[in-house]
Structures are given as C-alpha cells and as structure tokens.
Design a protein around this ligand. Structure first.
Ligand SMILES: Nc1nc2c(ncn2[C@@H]2O[C@H](COP(=O)(O)OP(=O)(O)OP(=O)(O)O)[C@@H](O)[C@H]2O)c(=O)[nH]1
Ligand SMILES: [Mg+2]
Length: 317
C-alpha cells in the first residue's frame, strides 16, 4: 500500500532538540511554490534540496501531490512545498490539486512564485499573483529558465515580474543549470522565522519510499507518452522486497483509464512497457543504491481521476 502525504497539510514535526551548547539560533519554515504548470517548480525544489525529490517532465500538471523537499543549511532549514501547477480545475483530480494549493499558501511562511522566463508574464501569472496577494505571507519571485534567454530578454521579464506588484525581491534563475539557485535559497532562508528544525537534517523529503518509487515509475511513463495519456497515468507500488542476495524486487501497477491507453502503454509486442520499465529501473537503482528487479503491470481503472475514493486511496488530498 502506498501511504500518502499527511491530510492535515504542513505539520510541524517534533522539533529536533538543539545540540548541547549550540550558540547559533536556527531559522526554519515552510515555503510554498506557486506557478503555472510546467514553469519548473519541481526542478527548482530538486535544485534547492540538491537531490531529486520531485519528478519533472515537459508535460503540464506533472505534480499531483504537495511534496515537501527539505533543504537544510548550517543554521536554517527550508521546507519547500512543491505544489501542482495552478490552472482552472477540470475534474475532481485537478479540483483537489487547486484546493491544496490554496490551503498550503495559508500555512506557509513565504511563497515562491515561479515564472517561466521563456514565456514571460501572462494572464495565468497575473491570476496567480492575485491569489498570492491575498495570502498572508511574503512573496519572492523567481524568473526561471534564464538559460534560454539573452540578457535584454531577462531584463524585460524581470521588470514585467516587478509590475505584478506582489514581490520586492525577484531572482533570475535557471533551476536546470543551477544558476542563481544558491542566492535564492539564502534569501528564502533569511526570511524564515527563528525556529528549531522541523526535519532531521539528513531528511530530503516527507514522501514514503513507496510513494517516491511510484513517482519515479510515473515519470518514466510521462516522458514517453503524449496528449491525454500522461494525465491518465497513475502508479501504485504494491511490494518492495529486499532479498538476501542484495537485489530488491519492486512490484508496481500502472493505472490508465481506457483499454486504448493500456494498449499504448504496453505497445506493440510490449515494447513500450519494456522501455518504461528499463528507464524506471535505472532511477530506482539510483535512488535505492541497490540492484532492482522491477515488475510492472498495466491495469484499466475507468475514470479514476473523477473517483473521490480512488483519489483518497492515492493520497491526493
Ligand atoms: N531550459 C530550462 N528548462 C527547465 C528549467 N527548469 C525546468 N525546466 C524544464 O521545464 C519542464 C517542466 O519542469 P517541472 O519542474 O516539471 O515544472 P513544474 O512547474 O513542476 O510543472 P507542474 O508540476 O506540471 O506544475 C521540464 O522539462 C524541465 O526540465 C530551466 O531552468 N531551464
Ligand atoms: Mg511539478
């Protein structure tokens, strides 16, 4: 069974006791990432954490759950809440994603709005800016994907971002290349309130192992499918068996909504599912640091995206 994220939203965990005699008071808090789909929020969380905790893809609406990535420095800890991209909801799944964003914003210590520098500031960004203006938290803006822009274009987008009127601090960054990420992280750290850490410093994320592995399999499927198929894919990990020979056996199911999607995911002579399995296995091995034997099957679950009970079971709050 996959255990989902905590339904209560961001919860302050039992604080880590200060080591004896520690003179430096620490800062810690929650930073909610908001932005249109595909602007690079998850890539940004991974860059700040320094590890892959959230999957990414060039398909919009990759992120479905609020995943917390933990970035711990010497005296400050950022709990980065990676959120689904904000857009108009179209079914029970996207409605839940939207409500989650609004809830997380209320509970955060700061919001980081991410803008796609390649596309500039559009109506979708203005809509999110209005949402953020109403939230009782300081807002910082990151203009992302500057690796794709020349200097004059960066300046144009930075001033368009300033005109949104919700943030004094605007950072040009490339989450993919890492440019500007440390500066942004330090700035966010300074905004956090004095507080003990919420997570042990060695933790990178609040996801269960089964959830992270399921997401890595989903990423492999998203990257190879198009149109409606990536939106219809969900993955459930049923078993993780570590045997004595050092090989870990992982059993997973890929859900789709129709027989024809199932056909696409399996592919002619099983070619597609084999490719997905090979790519996912590499990611699982990187994550677990052991050899992995991955067994995947594809199952049709008609209309799971509109099925509130299925969404509950999947931990999509
Ligand atoms: N060139 C470039 N591409 C980037 C950068 N950051 C992210 N991307 C790409 O943009 C695409 C979307 O990235 P994600 O991190 O999945 O975007 P997201 O905002 O989390 O998307 P949703 O979860 O769907 O809301 C991926 O193909 C990333 O590789 C960047 O700094 N430069
Ligand atoms: Mg994302």
């Amino acid at each position: 069974m996959v255990s989902g994220p905590d339904p209560q939203g961001p919860q302050r965990l039992a604080p880590v006791p200060d080591p004896e005699g520690a003179a430096e008071p620490t800062r810690a808090g929650f930073v909610a990432l908001a932005g249109r789909p595909n602007v690079g929020k998850s890539t940004m969380v991974n860059a700040m954490v320094g590890r892959k905790v959230a999957i990414t893809s060039d398909k919009p609406q990759t992120t479905r759950r609020a995943i917390r990535g933990v970035a711990t420095g010497a005296a400050e800890q950022l709990v980065l809440v990676d959120l689904p991209g904000v857009q108009r909801p179209r079914d029970a799944l996207t409605e839940r994603m939207q409500r989650r964003v609004e809830r997380e914003l209320k509970d955060a210590d700061a919001a980081l709005m991410v803008i796609n520098g390649e596309e500039g500031v559009g109506p979708g960004d203005r809509w999110i800016a209005a949402l953020l203006a109403a939230a009782p938290v300081p807002v910082v803006i990151a203009v992302n994907k500057v690796d794709r822009l020349d200097a004059p274009r960066v300046i144009t987008v930075l001033s368009a971002a300033a005109e949104l009127g919700i943030a004094d601090d605007i950072f040009p960054v490339s989450a993919r290349k890492g440019t500007g990420v440390l500066e942004l992280r330090a700035h966010l750290g300074a905004l956090m309130p004095a507080s003990p850490f919420f997570f042990p410093p060695e933790d990178n994320s609040d996801q269960s192992e089964a959830q992270l592995l399921a997401e890595l399999v989903r990423e492999a499927a998203l990257r190879r499918t198009f149109q409606e198929v990536p939106h219809s894919v969900e993955v459930v990990i049923d078993e993780i068996d570590r045997d004595r020979s050092g090989v870990t056996r992982v059993l997973g199911k890929i859900w789709v909504e129709t027989e024809s999607q199932k056909g696409i995911l399996i592919g002619a002579h099983g070619k597609m599912i084999k490719q997905i399995g090979t790519a996912a296995r590499k990611e699982l091995q990187r994550e677990l640091g052991v050899q992995v034997h991955l067994e995947l099957s594809v199952r049709v679950r008609k209309g799971w995206r509109g099925d509130e009970r299925a969404l509950d079971r999947l931990g999509i709050e």
